[in-house]
Design a binder for this molecule. Sequence first.
Ligand code: FE2
Length: 305
Amino acid sequence: MSRSKLSQRIVRHSPSTGAGSPDVWGIYEPDTGSIQYICADPATKKAALIDVVWNLDPRNQRFSTGSMDQVLDLVAQNGLAVEWVLDTHPHADHVMASAQLRDRTGAPNAIGAMVPDIARIWADLYHLPEAFDPPRDFDRLFADGETFRIGDLQVRVMLSPGHTLGSITYVCGDAAFTHDTLMQPDVGTSRADFPGGDSGQLWDSIQEILALPTETRLFVGHDYGTDNRNEPEWEATVADHRARNRHVRDGTLRDDWIAIRDARDATLPLPDRILAALQINLRGGRLPAPEADGHSYLKTPVNRF
Ligand SMILES: [Fe+2]
């Protein structure tokens, strides 16, 4: 994933469309082109935080909390109470704020039930056989089809593998948080070449998302702008994608898309934070325990990628 050319921490509100529909705020994180979300029940003011970033400068491996602070300020300004700290998958391009938001809000943190399988792949790649234990570091691991509540709103978990083998989509009323499956319609789709990824699975996951009701608001995980667009975007309906998504609009054939996706992925460099990010994200957003000198250290595999 390329570094975003955009630079502003833009916030946009997508209002509830009526009973059963959440208020959604998207908060843009320009260093990694990530979109963080607040999904709130307008009636009870309960909210979930989704895919919030712990900022990392990859040059000196220094962390800062500007993005999660911004999200929590927005929560306070809108009189919301955080009920869940959610991630859609262990991100490769950014470090998750999950553990810190759990500490700061008291809300449980959660991710998908297949994350232990992702952790096994990376435990081998880092040769850290004992490091990752998702049931220890997340309060809930949601299985496909499982439901839970944000205030009075019901959320359904949809397993959406392909970008990772255990990514999940959160469907809440007429909103769905689709992470790294679709990109905006003028961009297309996300990559499927990280360890455990699979373009055929990603196609199938995208088709399941595009089978949601046509008015469903889809909120994507990343945007980097385009040659024609200097403002980030992150929301489009199922109908928008089916009419004009560059990669997967109605009429696209599975095998044609897989060929295009695999060819494009073969040209993409690894995200610059990936080897730090997975090592922390698979601990729920925790650094490795400090060593005897009181400092934490990350491990870097050499000549593996
Ligand atoms: Fe991702």
